[in-house]
Design a protein around this ligand. Structure first.
Ligand code: HEM
Length: 526
């Protein structure tokens, strides 16, 4: 992060009393000078401790409470600070800051990379998708890109996420992670296959966070001030290219250095070898979406780049490691709902669910005032953004009471002492950019598995993957399926790969002594 980002925090720190030597006095949490951190009070030389000893109670109770809940998913991760620079004018498709601020504009950002299923101490190199989250601080507030390193996801129905994650985390009976549960889920919900193929190639074990890409996955909308809009997907492509570990390297690093990727990122930045990504946007009009072969809101599909080319928009550079990991990384609270005017969500039901889930979990993990924590609060950056609303109170209000407002100002829109002005939000009407909604009032899941769901996995296997990726996919799946203890789950999994390509199904089946079923069920025909 640029040094001025925490300037308000530094200002507060500079008020701490300094001794003649220039160092602050050691104090307890309430600021009382104490002679030594090891001081404690007891009755006589060998008697019991005294309850009056605030210094010791402050020390022990703070320690007792030092752990906050870990993220329910993406618990293990780290990150760094840097900037986004606008490299191309895209004001024809969006009024969003920073793009509307001109080519060359730089905004500060923080990125956090993570694995999904493991706990906070789990190895960085485990096979898993990688979280790729970016907190951009624009003059119009925070814009979070809560992306993964894969362009597709396992699900396209929001009710599946919770149950899918249960199958990937620990078995409630044994507290063990279970390949049987994992493959049982995937083989019953085969729209996951486009992501499973990526996960079990060596792309599931990136060598470096700096050498992997990030993708919005979801479709969003970019909107101009006049209310003209297009569907978009965002791509963040590493200038260093992709670099992956094979299964043996990943396992060996998991044992020898569980924090390998964390350390590698820090060393890279310390040596001035700054990670850099080129950012581009794919666009699709409403009319194009009507003729697109897949549903524009289906998160299990990519948009082919020959039909929907990458339009360059900016560059990301990471150039500063955190100075305090808890304050600057662990306390980060990202949300896909943190969007700036000029960016709107699509009707992708998974995205819609996420718009709610992240602030909800942040209230549990960090409290109702998590947006005032310096790393999350736009006012602690030099972006020029302010926070001015009628919210006060709640646990851990830490900004003096009212963001950039006088804390004594009325906390409702007063008719005689209005503390804020209105009218500078979105200039366009949301109703003008909404997709037409039709059909019955309530629709249950409308996505059924069809043969089309295997088209992109087939192209990935036959066209996009290198020979090496093809063989590592087969070997990695065989290793995993050998650990599955229920024969019908093995059979369904082999058949799923046969639906992608009969050759692939046979190769995997041979590896675990399972014959591909004579009658395959690869979803409804189109
Ligand atoms: C983290 C929910 C799908 C990317 C999280 C967290 C929750 C969550 C509760 C923990 C956040 C925290 O404690 O701060 C969901 C739900 C989903 C979903 C309910 C679907 C219904 C996705 C998808 C992506 C994604 C599709 C990527 C395209 C991430 C990332 C993080 C995360 C990158 C880590 C953020 C960080 O570094 O703090 N998700 N998620 N999630 N999720 Fe999701």
């Amino acid at each position: 992060m640029r040094s001025s980002t925490f300037s308000r925090l530094y200002l507060l720190l500079s008020l701490v009393p300094f001794t003649l030597a220039g160092l602050p006095d050691y104090t307890d949490g309430a600021g009382h000078p104490v002679n030594s951190p090891y001081d404690y009070q007891r009755a006589g030389n060998s008697g019991p401790l005294l309850l009056q000893d605030f210094h010791f109670l402050d020390l022990i109770t703070h320690f007792d409470n030092e752990r906050i809940p870990e993220r329910i998913v993406h618990a293990k991760g780290s990150g760094a600070h840097g900037y986004f620079e606008v490299t191309n004018d895209i004001t024809d498709i969006t009024m969003a800051s920073p793009f509307s601020d001109g080519v060359g504009t730089r905004v500060p950002l923080t990125m956090r990379f993570s694995t999904v299923a493991g706990e906070t101490g789990s190895p960085d190199t485990n096979r898993d998708p990688r979280g790729f989250a970016i907190k951009m601080r624009t003059k119009n507030g925070i814009w979070d890109w809560v992306f993964n390193n894969t362009p597709v996801f396992f699900i396209r129905d929001p009710t599946k996420f919770q149950l899918f994650i249960h199958s990937q985390k620990r078995d409630p009976a044994t507290n063990l992670r279970s390949p049987t549960l994992q493959w049982d889920y995937w083989s019953q919900n085969q729209e996951a296959i486009n992501q499973v193929m990526r996960l079990f190639s060596d792309r599931g074990t990136p060598a470096s966070w700096a050498e992997m890409d990030g993708y919005s996955g979801h479709t969003y909308k970019f909107v101009t001030a006049e209310g003209k809009w297009v569907y978009v997907k965002l791509n963040v492509l590493s200038t260093a290219g992709l670099n992956n570990l094979n299964a043996t390297e990943a396992l060996s690093l998991a044992a020898s250095n569980p924090d390998y990727n964390t350390q590698e990122l820090q060393q890279r930045i310390n040596s001035g070898n700054y990670p850099t990504w080129n950012v581009s946007v794919q666009t699709m009009t409403w009319e194009q979406s009507q003729n697109f072969t897949y549903d524009v809101n289906d998160l299990t599909k990519t948009w082919p780049t020959d039909e929907y080319p990458l339009r360059p928009i900016g560059q990301i550079v990471l150039n500063k490691n955190p100075q305090n990991w808890f304050a600057e990384i662990e306390q980060l609270a990202f949300s896909p709902a943190h969007m700036v005017p000029g960016v709107e969500p699509s009707n992708d039901p998974v995205l819609q669910a996420r718009l709610f889930a992240y602030s909800d979990t942040a209230r549990h993990r960090l409290g109702p005032n998590h947006l005032q924590i310096p790393i999350n609060c736009p006012m602690y950056s030099d972006s020029g953004a302010s926070v001015a609303n009628f919210q006060r109170a709640a646990w851990m209000r830490v900004d003096g009471g009212a963001g950039s407002l006088d804390p004594s100002a009325p906390n409702y829109p007063s008719s005689f002492a209005a503390p804020v002005q209105f009218g500078n939000g979105r200039p366009y009407n949301l109703s003008d950019i909404a997709d037409p909604v039709s059909g019955p009032g309530i629709t249950l899941s409308s996505y059924k598995l069809t043969t089309k769901d295997f088209e992109q996995p087939n192209a990935l296997y036959n066209t996009e993957f290198s020979d090496e990726e093809r063989s590592s996919l087969v070997a990695n799946v065989i290793t995993a399926l050998k650990q599955v203890t229920v024969p019908q789950v093995q059979q369904r999994s082999v058949d799923m790969f046969a639906c992608v390509d009969p050759k692939l199904g046979n190769l995997i089946g041979t590896g675990i002594n399972v014959t591909v079923s004579a009658q395959l069920s690869c979803g409804a025909a189109n």
